[in-house]
Design a protein around this ligand. Structure first.
Ligand code: B12
Ligand code: SF4
Length: 492
């Protein structure tokens, strides 16, 4: 029997379950291919080697979830060299092809295929092309240039085939390959350890820094409430009742969001599950708030971005300060716990606008995930704007500003109006409160060059990143990852 190895290449603390591998396994098993799964979050390189020495695999399918850590600090992490070593390790034992896919891969597919040395890639939401690719690999069937979403080598160059036709309805996904109990944390101390259900895919908005419209599509695809419920039931059968909704934004399609929460309430799921989702203040209404409050929501992660109208517009946000105030008021009125996000350092940011944003949220009791410095990704409006000029001469950019025109390696936008002490400035504004948290280690913002890097030193061999920290003056050891007890109390 043909056997493939499924691999999650992303090491992170705390680890998130590689839900993508359920999708991939389903496609493989439909073609009669048996699978084993390895997650580097729990497996050492030696263990992977031992497995490859003792088991014959006809190929491997690897998910590349993250291109990067996406949090600026003086030491910049970049996980792709570690992914490349993993591909090399697999290829030194397995003579079959390595196929890659995933969110991180889809940001720059051709380049990443080349960088990690994989044989084939499937970008975006193209998992349904996998059977066609397998038939081509295993039986020489079909024409590789005609399989949608596939990235492959032809005449010495890497080519990306166009996507397939848009289909609005997403099918139910057969679960069971990923062991969510490995990640699940019944005490739900962190939201990485939840079950994962995707209810829709894609985002029609155009925030300047965001890769979602490129990797998931600008047109939203939707799973029917019944299909979502079938996947929820699988988790409930496993005893997993805390779920993360893996949509770009839960209300990216308003009608679908309303239909689903209505269904959850009507079918009693609000008594069985606790769930978290990202939502945008755009397309958020009182009607939705009322329905959400009765659907089992544990917490909403509201993508505010900022509060200053000019900065919001510079970030390409479709919502206004008035929308933000209304969302907060409705969440309060309907007792929906929520966390906000702040993206500081973008175009036009000054010390004044940072103060405005932090002071604004201090009026509320919500926790706020704060990013200081924006990763400039290719295939985003910000990336394209930056690429129109010389990257090395752009005074707002830190990170790898030389020999990195395709933006594969980490580059961050941090407004040049901010000085060396901007991190300390934020800490001074937040005081000792645990309201604002981040994944950034404290940094001094210099613009000094270290080889091709401006203001940073690279740490390229490391998988993963430091744990979540509060953006406060507490000592590092005193800080724990944010807990959900407060949200739990409010939502029950
Ligand atoms: C939910 C979520 C989280 C939750 C995870 C909760 C949980 N319990 O899983 C939390 C909040 C913890 C989180 C944290 C982080 N996240 Co996050 N997260 C997401 C989100 C919204 C959903 C992830 C998911 O499960 N999707 C559903 C699965 C099925 O989709 P998928 O993995 O893309 O797989 C599909 C395809 O890609 C393809 N596919 C995937 N792999 C393969 C392999 C093969 C061989 C094939 C053929 C196909 C294929 O098939 C699947 C079906 O279409 C995504 C964005 C998104 N819309 O997906 C961001 C996203 C993955 N996160 C991202 C980031 C940056 C992070 C953090 C690093 C943020 C930070 N600085 O802290 C951390 C890392 C945490 C970690 N442990 O890895 C980025 C990663 C890309 C990048 N920019 O580098 C994304 C894309 C968001 C973004 N737009 O930037 N995240
Ligand atoms: S609304 Fe959210 S998912 Fe959509 S483009 Fe903006 S940040 Fe990305």
């Amino acid at each position: 029997m043909v056997r493939f190895l499924l691999v999650n290449s992303h090491k992170w603390e705390p680890p998130s379950p590689p839900a993508a591998l359920d999708y991939v396994a389903e496609q493989l098993e439909g073609e009669g291919v048996a699978t084993d799964l390895v997650d580097v979050a729990f497996t050492s390189e030696d263990d992977v080697r031992a497995l490859l020495q003792t088991t014959h695999y006809d190929g491997a399918c690897m998910t590349i979830r993250n291109l990067e850590r996406t949090a600026f600090s003086e030491t910049l992490h970049f996980p792709l060299p570690a992914t490349r070593s993993l591909v090399h390790l697999i290829k030194s034992y397995c003579k079959g092809p390595v196929v890659v896919g995933g969110n991180g891969f889809s940001i720059l597919p051709e380049r990443i295929l080349e960088y990690v040395g994989a044989d084939y890639g499937i970008y975006g939401c193209g998992e349904t092309s996998l059977p066609l690719l397998l038939r081509y690999i295993l039986h020489g069937a079909g024409n590789i240039s005609e399989i949608p979403y596939v990235v492959h080598r032809e005449d010495g160059t890497v080519k990306r085939n166009p996507p397939g036709p848009f289909r609005r309805e997403l099918p139910v996904v057969k679960r069971g390959r990923v062991d969510y109990h490995m990640y699940y944390s019944p005490g739900h101390q962190h939201f990485s350890g939840f079950g994962v259900v995707e209810t829709k895919r894609g985002c029609p908005h155009r925030c300047i820094y965001c890769v979602e419209p490129f990797i998931k599509g600008k047109q939203v695809r939707v799973k029917s409430p019944g299909s979502v419920a079938a996947e929820i039931d699988w988790f409930l059968d496993q005893g997993i009742s805390y779920l993360f909704i893996a949509d770009s934004e839960f209300n990216a399609d308003y009608e679908a969001a309303v239909n689903l929460v209505t269904y959850l309430k009507q079918h009693g799921y609000h008594r069985k599950i606790r769930w978290i989702a990202y939502v945008t203040p755009t397309l958020f209404t009182e009607e939705l708030a009322a329905l959400l409050s009765q659907s089992g929501v544990l917490s909403l992660m509201i993508d505010f971005g900022h509060v200053n109208p000019t900065i919001l517009s510079n970030l390409g946000k479709a919502h206004t300060p008035r929308d933000i105030e209304r969302v907060i008021a409705w969440c309060d009125e309907y007792a929906i716990p929520f966390r906000g996000s702040l993206m500081l350092g973008g175009p036009g940011e000054t010390y004044g606008t940072i103060e405005e944003a932090i002071e604004f949220f201090k009026r509320y009791s919500c926790k706020v995930f704060t990013i200081l410095g924006i990763r400039v990704f290719p295939n985003t409006p910000l990336g394209e704007a930056v690429q129109r000029e010389r990257i090395s001469e752009n005074p707002h950019l830190c990170g790898k500003v030389l020999q990195n025109d395709d933006l594969l390696e980490p580059v961050y936008y941090i407004s040049q109006d901010l000085g060396e002490n901007v991190f300390t400035y934020c800490e001074t504004l937040t005081g000792d409160s645990e309201q604002f948290y981040t994944v950034t280690s404290p940094f001094r913002l210099t613009r000094i060059m270290h080889g091709p890097f401006r203001g940073v030193h690279p740490e390229y061999e490391l998988y993963g990143c430091p744990k979540t920290r509060y953006l406060t003056r507490l000592s590092r050891d005193a800080v724990e990852a944010p807990l959900f007890e407060e949200d739990e109390e409010r939502s029950s």
